[in-house]
Design a protein around this ligand. Sequence first.
Ligand code: DX5
Ligand code: ZN
Length: 220
Amino acid sequence: MASKRIAPSVLAADFANLQRDIEMINKSEADWFHIDIMDGVFVPNISFGMPVLRDIAKHANKTIDVHLMIVDPDRYIKTFADLGSDVLTVHYEACTHLHRTLQAIKAEGMKAGVAINPHTNVSLLEDVINDIDLVCIMSVNPGFGGQSFIENTYKKVKQLREIITANNADTLIEIDGGVTNKNAKQLVDAGADVLVAGSFVFKSTNPTQTIQELKEIINE
Ligand code: DX5
Ligand code: ZN
């Protein structure tokens, strides 16, 4: 079993000290950069856009995992590929032709991810599971950092793990929202591969050490 990953969410970084926070992630035991793009339409918040991602990508030396919380994401697939995204995740709820969108993401050389809101059942992904590189299970309603973890997530992770195994897929399961040292172990035990952590990392007194602590918890 490949080692479990931690993806700090840059949304919780200090944007006035972004380079400092990126270098912190570079030097830490974190595996990926998680980048939240919000359009104020799909979710009730606007985060940051292309110029900021371009500058993050200039400094980041790890996998760039982009989470698009935007309507009609097909419009920007090529743009995000050109900006240096390694994984591009779209929302199930924002895609009318999800299968086509996944192929378009892969055609641009990126890994294709699908995020599902807390109310969306994992079984809806069964018919495309072999086309998905990563499923991001939202463990909060998307739009803001710092929200509390929804406990029903464990059940969803187990159900998705069963679907992946039954279909002999190699899809990764990512968890996004409210991840802390209190739920990390139970999430990987349920079958998660990648844990996104924003506030828990950046609001801690020593983010580097917090990342290390999470890594130890999930790989013990
Ligand atoms: C929420 C975002 C998350 C967020 C997680 O819409 O998708 O990635 O940054 O932040 P925390 O870990 O603070 O819940
Ligand atoms: Zn996210």
